[in-house]
Write a protein that binds this ligand. Structure first.
Ligand code: MG
Length: 289
């Protein structure tokens, strides 16, 4: 397989929005035909309207939201650094899902996915309590930074991976038998894979590694064929289901996160520093099956 099997024309990359401070957490919202993303240091959520190309603020003073995902009921599950929680936005009404574990607050949830059974899986690195522009200063109240899983309403919260150096983006394979977790460690910039057994993860191992000069992986997505699409400092890197490198799509800015969307789900949207880009692909997100 060649990367042009997935992205027929890499040069057709199009910038559709600019003016963010640090764009993250893109999510296609089918009901409104909008792309929604976080401008973390700007403390706002922006949106691009597919009908008009207009960009405006969906919400401001949002307590530093980061990653988000669409739930099956059309609500949006998102991470808030400032509130140190995972929360649900249902038509603009935002309510908490989970904000603490073991008697302490979470650090600053970064990215989140919802499995088909409704369970919520998220990473909890400390950027929102250590980086002044990305939240509020604070302590690691449970003393580490882990990957967690809980039920749809926050019940049965439990750590599921405690061995990721710098947990960040995450995504399931098409069967939800494997969870991939990006580790944004400059010493070891890898994507790890875990076998999912119900609410547990087993058999953690290195799945793929970014090359020198590509920086660290942040957001990741999996397509219907099981290929893993990773953000990098140079753009997007694609790995096949065995972890072999398929190729790269160059982007002029550091890509923080990505998502599939558009009316048929085959447009890849990239949140990249000040801008959001899009490019046509031949695939859809694994979760769209
Ligand atoms: Mg992230």
């Amino acid at each position: 397989m060649h990367v042009t099997d997935l992205v027929p024309d890499p040069a057709a990359l199009e910038r559709i929005a600019t003016g963010s401070t640090w764009a993250e957490g893109p999510c296609w919202i089918p009901a409104t035909r909008t792309l929604r993303w976080s401008d973390i240091p700007g403390d706002r959520i922006l949106q691009w309207h597919a009908d008009t190309g207009v960009v405006d603020a969906y919400a401001e003073h949002v307590e530093f939201t980061n990653g988000r995902t669409l739930d099956r009921d059309g609500s949006v599950v998102q991470c808030s650094h400032g509130r140190r929680r995972v929360e649900r936005d249902r038509g603009g009404v935002v309510e908490p899902i989970v904000d603490g574990w073991g008697g302490g607050r979470l650090n600053s949830p970064n990215d989140v996915v919802v499995a088909r059974d409704g369970s919520v899986w998220f990473t909890d690195p400390a950027y929102g309590i250590t980086q002044p522009r990305e939240g509020h200063p604070g302590e690691r109240e449970y003393g580490d930074h882990w990957v967690f899983r809980c039920g749809a309403d926050g019940e049965d919260l439990r750590p599921v991976a405690v061995d990721v150096d710098e947990p960040n983006g995450l995504a399931f394979d098409p069967d939800e038998r494997v969870l991939y977790v990006a580790s944004s460690s400059s010493d070891e910039p890898v994507i790890r894979a875990y076998d999912r057994r119900g609410p547990l993860l087993k058999n953690g191992r290195v799945f793929a590694r970014l090359e020198r000069g590509e920086g660290v992986p942040d957001g990741i997505r999996v397509d219907v064929h099981g290929n893993v699409w990773s953000s990098s400092h140079r753009g997007v890197v694609v790995f096949d289901p065995t972890g072999a490198r398929v190729g790269a799509i160059p982007v002029p800015e550091t890509v923080a996160n990505l998502c599939f969307g558009g009316d048929d789900g085959t447009t890849l949207f990239l949140a990249a520093m000040t801008s959001v880009y899009r490019i046509a692909t031949t695939v859809r997100d694994a979760a769209a099956i």
